[in-house]
Design a protein around this ligand. Structure first.
Ligand SMILES: [Mg+2]
Length: 311
């Protein structure tokens, strides 16, 4: 769902964690936002063959908990405040990486005299795909690209905004700053994605103007070509997403190990961007962040073995 570019694949190729025994440990590593809200429309009746009787813990957190909802609210308030401050200061550079950047040496597209904009991912950043996630959960099914495509075309009234998104985008637009969406939803379904954003109270979004989708600008799920096109016309002063690929495709290199990917995001030249131009929404339900074995997640020198269990 969501234009979540995972490791360069389309939309939501990596779908771990829902029912993984390692999920609790993964969730404990997450820190920022998420969401919670009531469904925007009546859910479809559970199929008679429903395999699941419980909601996956990650979905409980993201779509149902106060913790997830307030984390989203927190992220959107920080985004709004940063954008309004940054607009007054007129930065020299955007927050979009310039061509030729590397994780070790990023450069940013200059703003020059371009009009101001913010750029957001759509799925689980701006909207909650409650209808699709309900269907997936109740069937006990993992991500299915054909089902997702049907969701894009028919589910626009079963979404809800991420907590805080409507208010933040309203304030940003009121300040004369454009709101642009960059999603890995399919360009062929653009009218439906425009409608979903409208239904959630986050529109207007116009395909090719303020909405860029998979198939636009360049083929594939990489978002960098679309980011570059937007940054060529606009001074992008903030970006928001729920996956690192919503900020740069460099984080989705298949050769990047779990630990190095995390270090690249939280240390070095990118560390200062979080909450300061780049805003991350938490998503424990799916995405390329949900991977790694014990050696990836738990440092050897920080392990503990319960002495009460020793013989
Ligand atoms: Mg997303």
């Amino acid at each position: 769902m969501n234009g979540k570019p995972c490791s360069g694949e389309s939309r939501r190729p990596v779908r771990l964690g829902n029912r993984s025994p390692a999920f609790a440990g993964i969730l404990a590593l997450l820190t920022l936002s998420g969401c919670a809200t009531v469904p925007a429309s009546t859910p479809r009746a559970a199929p008679a063959t429903a395999a699941a009787t419980t909601v996956p813990p990650a979905m409980q957190w993201l779509f149902g908990s106060g913790e997830g909802g307030t984390a989203s609210l927190q992220a959107y308030r920080a985004l709004r405040d940063h954008v309004l401050r940054s607009a007054r200061a007129r930065p020299a550079d955007s927050v979009v990486l310039a061509e030729g950047s590397t994780l070790a040496s990023p450069r940013f597209v200059p703003c020059a005299r371009k009009p101001l904009a913010v750029m957001l991912d759509v799925d689980e950043t701006a909207i909650q795909n409650l209808g699709y996630e309900y269907d997936e959960a109740v069937r006990g099914r993992s991500f299915d690209s054909a089902a997702w495509n049907r969701w894009e075309r028919t589910g626009e009234r079963s979404v809800a905004p991420m907590p805080g998104a409507v208010e933040a985008l309203r304030a940003i637009r009121a300040a004369g700053i454009e709101v642009i969406f960059n999603s890995n939803r399919q360009a062929a379904n653009a009218a439906h994605t425009e409608a979903a954003l409208d239904f959630a109270g986050l529109g207007p979004a116009r395909h090719g103007e303020t909405l860029f989708l998979q198939g636009d600008i360049a083929p594939g799920s990489g978002k960098d070509p679309r980011r570059a096109a937007v940054a060529g016309r606009w001074c992008v002063i903030a970006m928001a997403g729920d996956q690192l690929g919503d900020f740069s495709d460099l984080f989705n290199a298949r050769t990047l190990p779990v630990g190095e990917r995390r270090r690249a995001a939280v240390e070095g030249p990118f560390a200062g961007l979080w909450g300061n131009g780049w805003f991350m929404l938490s998503n424990p339900v799916y995405g390329p962040g949900l991977r790694g074995g014990f050696d990836d997640i738990f440092p050897q020198d920080r392990r503990w073995s319960d002495p009460g269990e020793r013989e």
